[in-house]
Ligand binder design. Structure first.
Ligand SMILES: Cc1cc2nc3c(=O)[nH]c(=O)nc-3n(C[C@H](O)[C@H](O)[C@H](O)COP(=O)(O)OP(=O)(O)OC[C@H]3O[C@@H](n4cnc5c(N)ncnc54)[C@H](O)[C@@H]3O)c2cc1C
Length: 486
């Protein structure tokens, strides 16, 4: 069979683009008038992909069920299969008689190579494959600096995107799918939801995975919080200071172009707080920038972007790492963040920076150990943004915060958790401390601690390392790294 311009039936292979509207691959299949077989493949870890973390699996479970239901409302059936993608695709072609496969492109390794192999295999079999951008505003090769090459610094990249990007027209969801039933696995049988123990109870009240949940979160955010975003985005004590869209964007339940159009629409209709809305869009573009960096540096998830850091003398301390993971460092803002992460699968951006700084600087533990923990526990765990966020904080990344800039966890807490609501919520054992001592309980007098029901070292830990000593150790390590380069 030869590749056709207008295929009769198309397998639409969903990846991190779990939605039916504004989905270029799905819209192309619908435009061609083809019978559509929507497919999701839970790929083997054995083929080199990084295994999903626990929180990502939790989200995927719900997001797939939501996609299944959206598709079935339109008379279709989401076919779920598990295994080696190339074999699954081959089997499905046999079973469906499809003459084309459409999908959204991926930008990570080994997925890029795998997709290229599958494309070649389809071509060899005389079948058509088409790939689309379904997850980013613009693909990682789209913008180049004036000297050629990709952007390594965020601000000029953001300016370029801001000044030239035009979102394409929105693509509606297909009215109906073909409704042809090919058997697949039950999502429920994939064991994505945790059991024994089910640690996800705190996730349910916060999140509504799926396209409808994503749309609702965007409109709630644009109806109010976006106006104060610029001012409030650094305040973990302010509810809805940020959008909370990251897990929806990561799983592709909403396209970034939809977000862009919606924000620009508000600005064009005269939103007074234009700067605030643009500052929100600049964060969307940080996500894009992270993909630019990862695409051009495929090993960035494991290796230092700046290889001078290869000679850094990291410490190895299992017990320090565990105290950090469990939110038992004795620094309230850090512990609050780590507990928020464990209980909800998400952490405020400002606090992500503070906890990452404590791990990589005060504790001198390699950023990859922190990245691994985030990978397992974040519902928005993302190969590009996570690696970029960790390397930015550790100082080894592109356009990174310099290593010698060590965040002070006490003053950061005082400045950004101004009301103390954040620490009080996630570290309830400190709730009765007066604001003055909330971010440094060890500085409170015996009476104050007693009155607040706190016994340091018993009900709440003493600091894992004294701030000044930790800071100095980090600076010494930095000096000796520089000496090794000379
Ligand atoms: C150490 C560290 C690790 C991180 N790991 C991840 C990760 O695994 N996945 C992830 O999506 N983000 C990660 N971030 C970036 C950022 O913390 C989250 O995107 C943000 O907190 C999500 O909350 P929000 O949706 O309310 O963000 P908002 O402030 O509402 O921003 C809107 C969207 O812009 C994007 N965005 C915002 N800030 C950043 C940023 N600094 N870098 C890249 N994209 C951004 C997100 O998609 C976000 O949903 C990390 C940051 C740090 C410092």
């Amino acid at each position: 069979m030869l590749a056709q311009d207008n295929p009769n039936s198309v397998i639409v292979w969903f990846r991190n683009d779990l939605r039916i509207s504004d989905h270029a691959a799905l819209a192309a299949a619908a435009d061609a008038g083809a019978k559509i077989y929507p497919v999701y493949i839970l790929e083997n870890d054995a083929d080199g992909s990084r295994p999903l973390g626990g929180a990502s699996k939790w989200w995927l479970d719900k997001s797939l069920k939501s996609l299944r239901s959206d598709i079935s409302e339109r008379g279709g059936k989401l076919i779920c299969r598990k295994g080696d993608a190339s074999k699954v695709i081959r089997d499905l072609i046999q079973e469906t008689g499809a003459d084309a496969v459409f999908w959204g492109r991926r930008y990570t390794q080994p997925e890029i190579d795998r997709d290229a192999e599958i494309k070649q295999q389809l071509k060899d079999d005389g079948l058509e494959s088409r790939s689309f951008n379904t997850t980013l505003l613009t693909e990682p090769w789209a913008y180049q600096t004036t000297t050629g090459g990709y952007y390594k610094v965020f601000t000029p990249y953001w300016r370029s995107v801001r000044d030239s990007y035009e979102a394409p027209d929105p693509m509606g969801a297909p009215d109906s799918f073909a409704g042809v039933g090919i058997d697949g696995d039950e999502i429920e049988d994939w064991g994505l939801h945790p059991t024994k123990p089910d640690w996800s109870t705190g996730f349910d009240s916060l999140w509504t995975p799926g396209e409808a949940g994503a749309q609702e979160r965007l409109s709630d955010f644009l109806d109010g919080p976006v106006r104060d975003y610029e001012e409030m985005r650094n305040r973990p004590d302010v509810e809805d200071g940020t959008s909370g869209l990251s897990p929806h964007l990561h799983h592709g339940e909403i396209s970034p172009a939809t977000v862009w159009r919606a924000v620009m629409g508000r600005i064009n209709r005269g939103l007074k707080q234009e700067e605030s809305a643009l500052s929100f869009l600049s964060e969307i573009v940080w996500r894009e920038f992270s993909y630019v960096l990862l695409y051009h540096n495929p090993a960035m998830g494991r290796e230092n972007y700046n290889d001078k850091f290869d000679a850094m003398s990291w410490r190895s301390s299992k017990s320090d790492l565990e105290r950090w993971q469990k939110g038992q460092t004795g620094y309230p803002i850090v512990d609050a963040g780590m507990r928020q992460l464990w209980e909800t699968g998400w952490m405020h951006n400002r606090v992500r920076m503070i906890v990452a700084s404590l791990l990589t600087k005060h504790l001198l533990i390699h950023w990859a150990d922190g990245e691994d923990w985030f990978w397992d526990t974040l519902v928005d765990a993302d190969p590009a943004s996570n690696a970029a966020g960790w390397q930015w904080t550790a100082g080894s990344g592109a356009d990174a915060s310099p290593y010698f800039r060590v965040f002070n966890p006490i003053t950061q807490g005082q400045k950004f958790d101004k009301t103390g609501e954040y620490v009080r919520k996630w570290c309830p054992e400190l709730a009765k401390l007066p604001q003055k001592h909330l971010h440094a309980p060890w500085e409170a007098g015996k009476d104050v601690l007693e009155k607040a029901g706190i016994e340091l070292g018993a009900t709440y830990p003493k600091p894992i390392i004294e701030h000044k000593a930790g800071r100095q150790r980090a600076l010494d390590a930095w000096e000796s790294l520089k000496e090794k380069q000379d």
